[in-house]
Design a protein around this ligand. Sequence first.
Ligand code: 13P
Ligand code: ZN
Length: 272
Amino acid sequence: MKLIEKLKEFQEGQKALLATNFYNFETLKGIMEAAKEIQLPVILQLTKSSIQYMGLQNAVALARSAIEYYRVESWIHLDHADSYELIEQCLKAGLDSVMIDASEFPLEKNIEITRRVVKLAANYGANVEAELGYVAKLGQSTDKTGYTEPGDVDLFVNATGVNALAVAIGTAHGNYKEKPKLDFERLRKISQITDAFLVLHGSSGVPDDQIIKAVEFGVCKVNIATEIKNTFMYNIKKLVNQTDEIDLRKVFPPAIDLIKELIIKKLRLVSM
Ligand code: 13P
Ligand code: ZN
């Protein structure tokens, strides 16, 4: 099934697809083992820096072969692309879905950039996500967040033709200093205005009850990255310090198991 159809199905069922960023074979393995175990679909996300790290062809081949190996319903998505060129390379490499993030530009410019990407992606039948409002990036202060204006939503979706919309309703990427407090009234208004698939970014560290409520109020894609990356590295660090073992095939598995545990929990939270 195409990602757009699956998002529609989940939107109608008041559920969300979990979108997980993977960074290497080990994080991918943990994610896929989780999805396999509880038989739920999952989106695999790549960012520009993960593509730079793994190499585009390597990363796509790795994800595609894992999808086949684990027989999990899954799609590959480009997360937060900042250029038309990167998007074109990824579509040519066979990604199912792309995000153009022109959220730092004024509305008109965001529309212009996004609309051009939508046109390009149509040639590949790919799903397109864009960001309206501003979700603070990794390492930025949450003061940088600019909430999505419900009054802009209709214009943005119609003028660009995007399928999916990342909304700024009080989340931020990375670790939170204070417990986030999502603006559900804003989310409710946005979901009444548009049929676009609403996407929650910055979901790491958002309390479970707020994730559940966001899904109830119309979010049908939940993005999670930092918790995956941190779970893996904090545990590798701990494990390496605790043992003299240097065989990576013995050191990595406990950290992979913890990713698996984390993803099972998140999948249950959003998709059941
Ligand atoms: P976190 O890193 O805060 O989980 O955000 C994930 C995300 O929005 C990826 O696009
Ligand atoms: Zn994001």
